[in-house]
Design a protein around this ligand. Structure first.
Ligand SMILES: Nc1nc2c(ncn2[C@@H]2O[C@H](COP(=O)(O)OP(=O)(O)OP(=O)(O)O)[C@@H](O)[C@H]2O)c(=O)[nH]1
Ligand code: SF4
Ligand code: SF4
Length: 308
C-alpha cells in the first residue's frame, strides 16, 4: 500500500520495549519521547503484524530501547517470523546477544544490526555510561557464529569522540565479517540548533567522498537507496555504508518504513510525535480486524516525508 506521496510501505519497525541496559547520551529512543511502562505481549505484536502483512508489509525490524531486555524476545520473533517472509531483523546494543544469538537464529531471525560506536573501553563508558564493551564485542562474534547474516555494526559519528576511530572500526568490521554503517547523528529540526547537537554532529559526507575514490565496487542497498562501498582493507574485504539522514530529501522520499511504538502506537515518522495512531488500546478493547486494519491505513495515510 502507498501513502499520499506515492511511497510504498514495505517494512515495519517494532519497538518492543523502551527499556535499555545502556544509557547512551545521544539516544533517540526510536522517537519515543513519552515515558510509559506498558508493553505489547507477543500475541498482540503477532496480531498487529498479521494486519501489516495483509497490507503487504513483509519486513520487520525489532528495536527498542534494547529489544533483548525483553525476556520473551525469542517468543516474539518465533511468532512474528512466519508472517514476514522477506526480512526479519533486529537492532541491538549487542551486550546480551551472546546469550540469544543462536536461539534467535533458530526461530527465524535473519540478521542483526549492533550499535558499536567505539572500540575504546573508556570512550564506550563515556558514551553508554556502562562498562560493557566486551559484552557487546562477544555478542557480535556470537551473531556472526550463529549465522545471522549480514551482521551490521552501527557507528554513530560523534565529533571529538570517535572521528579518529574510523579506520579501526573498518578493520574490526572486516576482521569479523561485518558491514560497517557509519551513521550521522540526527535530530528533528527544532533540536538542530541546540548546543548539544552542534557540539557532536559531524556530516559524514567527507567519508563518503573518500570511499568513492577507493571503492572497488559500489553496491546499491535497494531498501534505503544507500550505497555500500566494497574495498580491500589490509588484505581483507571491507564493506561500509554511510547513513546520512539529515536534510536528506532522497532518504525520506524513498522511506518505506512505518513504526510501532512499544506501547502500541503506529508512528508514521521517526522524527515526529504529533501524528501517532493508537492501535493497542482498540485491540485491547475488542476492536474487529476491520477496525484495526482501518487504523493501520489511517497511519499510512498520515505518512509524509520529513525532509522535503
Ligand atoms: N531519519 C531516519 N533515520 C533512520 C530511520 N531508520 C533508521 N534510521 C537511522 O539509521 C540508524 C540505523 O538504524 P538501524 O535500526 O540499524 O536500521 P537501518 O540501518 O536503517 O536498516 P537496515 O540497513 O535495513 O538494517 C538509526 O540509528 C537512525 O539514525 C528512519 O526511518 N528515519
Ligand atoms: S543502546 Fe540504543 S537504545 Fe540503548 S541507550 Fe544506547 S542508543 Fe539508546
Ligand atoms: S520520512 Fe524521513 S525522517 Fe521520517 S521516518 Fe522516513 S526517512 Fe525517517
Amino acid at each position: 500500500m502507498k501513502d499520499k506521496f506515492g511511497r510504498p510501505v514495505k517494512s515495519i519497525r517494532v519497538s518492543v520495549t523502551e527499556r535499555c541496559n545502556l544509557n547512551c547520551f545521544y539516544c533517540h529512543r526510536e522517537g519515543e519521547w513519552h515515558r510509559h511502562h506498558s508493553e505489547m505481549t507477543p500475541d498482540e505484536i503477532e496480531r498487529i503484524l498479521k494486519i501489516a502483512r495483509e497490507l503487504d508489509i513483509r519486513k520487520v525490524k525489532f528495536t527498542g530501547g534494547e529489544p533483548l531486555c525483553r525476556n520473551d524476545i525469542v517468543e516474539i520473533v518465533l511468532k512474528s517470523a512466519p508472517l514476514m517472509d522477506r526480512d526479519v531483523s533486529l537492532t541491538t546494543n549487542g551486550t546480551l546477544l551472546s546469550k540469544y544469538a543462536y536461539e534467535l537464529k533458530e526461530v527465524g531471525l535473519d540478521r542483526v544490526n549492533v550499535s558499536l560506536d567505539t572500540l575504546d573501553p573508556e570512550k564506550y563508558r563515556r558514551i553508554t555510561r556502562k562498562d560493557m564493551l566486551n559484552d557487546a564485542i562477544d555478542g557480535i562474534y556470537a551473531a556472526v557464529d550463529a549465522g545471522l547474516n549480514p551482521v551490521k555494526l552501527n557507528m554513530v559519528l560523534l565529533r571529538g569522540i570517535n572521528e579518529d576511530e574510523i579506520e579501526d572500526m573498518i578493520r574490526f568490521a572486516a576482521d569479523t565479517g561485518a558491514i560497517l554503517q557509519i551513521i550521522e547523528l540526527e535530530a528533528p529540526v527544532e533540536k538542530e540548533q541546540t548546543g548539544f547537537f552542534k557540539k557532536y554532529h559531524v556530516n559524514p559526507k567527507f567519508i563518503e567522498e573518500h570511499l568513492e575514490k577507493i571503492a572497488e565496487q559500489v553496491k546499491y542497498n535497494e531498501l534505503h537507496r544507500r550505497r555500500r562501498f566494497v574495498f580491500n582493507f589490509e588484505g581483507k574485504k571491507a564493506e561500509v555504508e554511510i547513513v546520512r539522514p539529515m536534510h536528506n530529501s532522497e532518504f525520506c522520499m524513498y522511506c518505506t518504513r512505518i513504526r510501532l511504538t512499544s506501547d502500541g502506537k503506529l508512528k508514521p515518522c521517526l522524527l515526529r510525535d504529533d501524528n501517532l495512531v493508537d492501535i493497542l488500546t482498540p485491540l485491547r478493547s475488542g476492536a474487529t480486524e476491520k477496525e484495526l486494519k482501518d487504523l493501520f491505513i489511517e497511519a499510512i495515510m498520515r505518512r509524509e516525508p520529513y525532509w522535503k
